[in-house]
Every structure is written in C-alpha cells, then in structure tokens.
Design a protein around this ligand. Structure first.
Ligand code: ATP
Ligand code: MG
Length: 286
C-alpha cells in the first residue's frame, strides 16, 4: 500500500507546487512508481509537467464529481515512473457543486483508493486555501508535507493549518500524520534565515526536514519548459535538494510500508537518460 502525501499550506506562493512536482519526480527517479495529483484549479502542477490546457481532458474535477475513475484520469509523463492526474480551472466549481453533497470531504479519498496498490507514493498538490479541495486532499492523505518559506513571518498562519489538521484528525481522518515541514526558497547564508530555522526547529522539533530547498532559478524556470528540475537541469542545486528531500522521506518508511518494489523498466525509452543522471545524483547525495 503506497503513501499518500498532501503538500499543503494555505499561504500562497510558498513553494507547494514546486515541491509537489519535484518531490514526485525525485521519487520516480528513485524508481518508485509515483502519482502526482493536481488538486488546485490554478493547475500549475499540470502545466509544470508540460500538459497544455484542455477542458475536455479527464481531470481531478471529474474525480471529485464522481464522473470518472482515477484510472481514466491518469496521464503519463516524461519520467517513466511518474504519472499525473491533471487539473483544470473548472475545479473551482467543485467547491460549490459539492457543498450540499453528503460525504463531500471523502470524494478524493474514495477516488484514489483503487490506485493505492499501484503507486508507492501519491503526491497531492493543494490550492492556497483551507477550502473543500484542500480538505478532500487532507482526508485522502496519510500525511501532510508543509512547505514554508524561510522568512520572518514564516510561522504566521501556521496555527490555522495545524488546527485544521487537528480537526480533520478528530472528525474525518484520524490517521493523518505530519510528514514534515520543509523550508523553501531558503538562503542559509543570512542570519535571518538561521534565526527562522532555529525558531522552526523549536516549534516543530524533528518534524522539520533536515533538507532545505535553496532559492534556485532553475526551479523557477523548469515549469515554463514543462519539466521537473531534475529533467531540465539535473545538476542544479534545486534539483539536488529535492532529490535529497525524497531520500529523506523515503527513509521514513520501511520498504514493506511502501508495498511492492517497482518492476525494472523493460527497455530503453526516452527519459531513460535523465533517469540515469538523476539516479547518479541520488547516489552522490547518499
Ligand atoms: N526554491 C525556489 N527557488 C526559486 N524560485 C522558487 C522556488 N520555489 C518556488 N519558486 C517560485 O516561486 C513561485 C511560487 O512557487 P509555487 O508555485 O511552487 O508556490 P505555491 O505555494 O504552489 O503557490 P500557490 O499558493 O499559488 O499554489 C513560483 O514562481 C516558483 O517558480
Ligand atoms: Mg501551487
């Protein structure tokens, strides 16, 4: 049975989508079957993996509305072991359309249930709101990964997110764990960044990920090329940091927790070369 990790923070622009795309790509490069689900009407994870806008394509909207199965929504990507369930801006409507529906918070969980045997990791990219879409992701998830920008006001708003997680545990998903808190766009050379880091360490203890993600232009450029950073520039600091983060998270689990080991790729295919480079980087950072 795979692990479902929601990448969530209701604060906008903290690096959720960058984390979701690059973490999922790094899991895939580590040869575990991984699914990225775009749960945000902004659809940045979808365009970031190179899919053009298409209102006809089956997307996370159809999953929430019960109009299609997760299997039907799967898209392949440039990485052999990474799949995507895309989003479209029509997803914004699901918030309203589901408002009176019984069990509305369980739609994503139910939709993804049949896929949990097939993927070792399912990563959910959430919108910047504590709305029904994020709620669906947090109910579907085993754990939440919280990206935070390493800045002075980093902790602002975090209690609201932690309260929400508590309420979800109490009422909807008692097993929901915190996978970790990851500092993004982090410049460890400044005093301020170090102070923020120390504050967060006091607050979150061992939940604060040892890996931090530096501010790195390659991470910002890669989505406009429709690629994860480890495909766009596998040797960039940004790509390396997400490869490290993936290793750190994989190490939280025993191999048996993650289900069957992914089968060897059958033959050389496009994308294999980048997989190799990423695997090399992965070994180096070990
Ligand atoms: N480590 C980084 N280095 C440089 N740029 C980054 C980094 N992480 C994210 N960015 C850039 O910052 C912006 C916000 O990042 P991102 O879209 O990942 O945040 P988000 O939390 O998903 O935003 P939203 O709340 O709108 O969904 C994007 O332009 C992204 O390319
Ligand atoms: Mg986003």
């Amino acid at each position: 049975m795979g692990r479902v990790i929601a990448v969530a923070n209701q604060k906008g622009g903290v690096g959720k989508t960058t984390t979701a795309i690059n973490l999922a790509a790094s899991f895939a490069a580590a040869e575990v079957n991984t699914l990225l689900v775009d749960c945000d009407p902004q659809s940045n994870a979808t365009s970031g993996l190179g899919l053009v806008k298409d209102p006809e394509r089956i997307s996370s909207y159809h999953l929430l509305m019960g109009a299609a199965s997760a299997d039907e929504a799967l898209q392949t990507t440039e990485l052999e072991q990474l799949w995507l369930i895309p989003a479209h801006k029509n997803l914004i409507g699901a918030n309203l359309e589901l408002v009176d529906v019984e069990g509305r918070e369980f739609r994503m969980r139910e939709a993804l249930a049949p896929l949990r045997e097939r993927f070792q990791f399912i990563v959910l990219d959430c919108p910047p709101a504590l709305d029904l879409l994020t709620l669906n992701a947090l109910v579907a998830a085993d754990a939440v990964l919280i990206p935070m920008q390493g800045e002075y006001f980093a902790l602002e708003g975090i209690s609201e997110l932690l309260d929400t997680i508590e309420r979800i545990r109490a009422a909807l998903n008692p097993e929901l764990a915190i996978e970790g808190v990851v500092l993004t766009m982090f410049d460890d050379r400044t005093n301020l960044a170090q102070q923020v880091m120390n504050e967060l360490k006091k607050y979150f203890g061992e939940k604060l990920c040892a890996t931090t993600v530096p501010r790195n232009i390659r991470l910002a450029e890669a989505p406009s090329h429709g690629k994860p950073a480890l495909v766009y520039d596998p040797r960039s600091k940004g790509a390396e940091s997400y490869i490290r983060l993936a290793k750190e998270i994989i190490a939280h689990y025993a191999p048996s927790d993650l289900g069957v080991v992914a089968p060897e790729p059958a033959q050389a295919e496009p994308g294999e070369k980048v997989d190799e480079i990423a695997a090399e980087e992965m070994d180096k950072s070990a």
